[in-house]
Design a protein around this ligand. Structure first.
Ligand code: SF4
Length: 338
């Protein structure tokens, strides 16, 4: 079986490339000083092509939100590299970071918290255009276009409204309009539907998918809910305790999950079929580990029913390519123990 050591080669078509990205937070140890680190993101590598959507899936505390914020430049990485169109973001000067910010858009989890409450829709959308010195006539055109694209129409009905006058779904559409108004190439959507009513979740995901296809956008969709990824992405990357532990094409990974943790995430999805109410589900015991002192070897080993003592608790599994484009970090898939 092929073991992937250097995961990412520079791909000509790649928009974004992460190499061994780390984000650690320094914290004080006990009452008498000393420092230790929360390893929120700990060695993440992948590449994202133009026009491609990936879902980054994991429990809360897996590091997925920190990873998204670090890619956006809202957090400075502790180590590793981020390349965007071949340019190293981690070494970028503030002047060039302004360029990078125009290439990226952010859709947050809580739309109401993300919108300034004392600004009208018009003003919220106009602000990034003014900062980027877009002329008045073009500003108006772009605002009308963005609101039409997210289906807040007739546009005139919304321009003078404040965020509290909109429903949760309309607020999230406005956040998406703001994210696309500078024509970015990459959108990071962090749990964009988890605070919305079930009835509007699919609408918002479908809208993001339409925008992705229409504008050839690359999207990183961050979620704890594997069941929503089938509506959205080409790829699923599963994250656990600061690391990506499985990557695969969406259909293949959902049909044939490999990592015991991914299997448990799928088993945890509620099944409305009454016939399956007595089916026994393999849910791992315990909680995700502390990111201050993560377990040695495979970070999932304290919760894994397949863990092999003397191997899983000692040696970190490399990435194995089990099928074409389906990779997993788990010793169960090694031909021989290394
Ligand atoms: Fe379980 Fe070992 Fe695989 Fe980790 S490497 S998921 S402990 S079998």
């Amino acid at each position: 079986m092929l073991v992937i050591r250097e995961v990412i080669e520079m791909d000509e078509d790649a928009l974004l490339v992460l190499k061994d990205l780390r984000k650690w937070y320094k914290i004080k140890k006990g009452m008498f000083g000393g420092t230790e680190f929360v390893r929120a993101v700990d060695g993440v590598s992948f590449s994202l092509r133009r026009g491609e959507a990936i879902s980054l899936v994991g429990e809360s505390g897996s590091g997925k939100t920190t990873l998204g914020r670090t890619i956006l430049g809202l957090e400075h990485p502790t180590g590793g590299k981020i390349f965007f169109e071949g340019r190293d973001i981690t070494e970028m000067k503030p002047k060039d970071m302004a360029w990078y910010r125009r290439q990226t858009g952010f859709v947050q989890q809580d739309p109401f918290g993300a919108l300034p409450p004392f600004m009208t829709v018009m003003r919220i959308l106009e602000e990034p255009l003014i900062i980027n010195k877009i002329e008045k006539k073009e500003r108006r055109e772009r605002i009308y276009k963005a609101l039409s694209e997210v289906r807040l129409t007739p546009v005139e009905d919304y321009l003078k409204k404040y965020p509290h006058m909109l429903s949760g779904g309309q607020q999230q559409r406005l956040v998406i309009a703001r994210a696309i108004i500078l024509n970015p190439k990459l959108i990071i959507a962090d749990e964009p539907v988890s605070m919305l009513d079930a009835s509007v979740r699919i609408e918002i995901l479908t809208l993001l998918r339409e925008l992705q296809r229409r504008h050839n956008l690359s999207i990183i969709y961050i979620t704890h809910d594997l069941s929503t990824t089938r509506y959205f992405s080409e790829w699923i990357y599963v994250m656990y305790a600061g690391k990506i532990i499985e990557k695969g094409l969406t259909g293949e990974l959902l049909k044939n999950p490999l990592h015991p943790y991914t299997k448990s995430l799928l088993q945890a999805i509620p099944d409305p079929d009454a016939k399956n109410r007595f089916v026994i589900r393999e849910i791992p015991p315990g909680e995700p580990p502390s990111l201050v002192n993560p377990p040695s070897g495979c970070r999932f080993h304290p919760r894994c029913i397949y863990a092999k003592r003397g191997l899983c608790n000692v040696k970190e599994p490399p990435e194995f390519e089990v099928e074409k484009d389906h990779l997993v970090s788990c010793w169960l898939y090694a031909d021989s123990e290394e």
